[in-house]
Design a protein around this ligand. Structure first.
Ligand code: C5P
Length: 225
C-alpha cells in the first residue's frame, strides 16, 4: 500500500507550519516543511552572491546543498545548512521574500520537487507549502487549503517573530505578507491556488486545536469512505 500524504497549502502566516506539526504529531507521521527548502536555497544564493535573476546558477546550488532537519530535545525542528544552525536565520522576513524571488524559477521548482518527494516515509507525511496538493503530491489522500485574513496572518507572524527574538513592526510584517501573496499568487509556474479537490479552511476565527481536529476528522472520514 502506498504511504498516505496530507497536504496543507496556503498563503504565508496562515498557520500551516503549526497545524502541520499538530496533525503530524497526532498521527505520528513525518513532516515536510517545503517553505524551509526555498528559504535555505535563498540563503545559499545570497551567501554565494548569485544574481537573483540567474535561474541556471540558482538551480546548480541545489545539488550542492547540505541540509539536515533535526529535532531538539523538546521536539522543535532545528535546520542545518552545511552543519550551521540556520533555523532562526531562515525565518527572517528578508529570507522569505528572497525565497519567493527564486520560487518563480521552473528549473528550481523541478529540482526541489525531486527533493520533496524523498520526504515520503511510512507511516505517512504531512507536507506544507504552496503547491503540495497541486504539483508535488497530486495523489495526496487529503488536501487542505488553509487561509486567514491578511490582518490575522500578519498578527500571528508578528507574534511568532517576536517570540523568536526577531525585531519587526506589525506594519512591516503586513506589507511583507501582502507583497509575498501577490508574488506567490501571480507567478506563472505553480502559483498559490487551491487544488481542485482541496478542502478550504479559513482559520481566522479558529484555534489551532479546532483546525487540526477538523483535518484529522476529514482524514478519518476519507479512510472510512
Ligand atoms: O512557507 P514559507 O513562508 O516558509 O515559504 C517561503 C516562500 O517559499 C513562499 O513565499 C513561496 O514563495 C516559496 N514556496 C513555494 N512553494 C512551496 C513552499 C514555499 O513557492 N511549496
Amino acid at each position: 500500500m502506498s504511504v498516505p500524504v496530507i497536504t496543507i497549502d496556503g498563503p504565508s502566516g496562515s498557520g500551516k507550519g503549526t497545524i502541520t506539526r499538530e496533525v503530524a504529531s497526532t498521527l505520528n507521521w513525518h513532516i515536510l516543511d517545503s517553505g524551509a527548502l526555498y528559504r535555505i536555497l535563498a540563503l545559499a544564493v545570497e551567501g554565494q552572491q548569485v544574481d537573483w535573476g540567474n535561474e541556471v546558477d540558482t538551480r546548480k546550488i541545489i545539488s550542492e546543498l547540505n541540509i539536515d532537519f533535526q529535532r531538539d530535545a523538546s521536539g522543535c525542528q532545528v535546520i542545518y545548512l552545511d552543519e550551521i544552525d540556520v533555523t532562526k536565520e531562515i525565518r527572517q522576513e528578508k529570507c522569505g521574500t528572497n525565497a519567493s524571488r527564486i520560487a518563480k524559477f521552473s528549473l528550481v521548482r523541478d529540482e526541489l520537487m525531486l527533493l520533496q518527494k524523498n520526504f515520503i516515509k511510512s507511516p505517512g507525511l504531512v507536507a506544507d507549502g504552496r503547491d503540495m496538493g497541486t504539483v508535488v503530491f497530486p495523489e495526496a489522500v487529503l488536501k487542505i487549503f488553509l487561509t486567514a485574513s491578511a490582518a490575522e496572518r500578519s498578527k500571528r507572524r508578528y507574534k511568532q517573530l517576536k517570540e523568536q527574538g526577531i525585531n519587526v513592526s506589525l506594519s512591516a510584517v503586513l506589507k511583507d505578507i501582502l507583497n509575498r501573496d501577490e508574488q506567490d499568487e501571480s507567478r506563472d509556474i505553480a502559483p498559490l491556488v487551491p487544488a481542485l479537490d482541496a478542502v478550504t479552511i479559513d482559520s481566522s476565527d479558529l484555534s489551532i486545536d479546532n483546525v487540526s481536529q477538523e483535518i484529522i476528522r476529514l482524514y478519518k472520514a476519507r479512510m472510512n469512505a
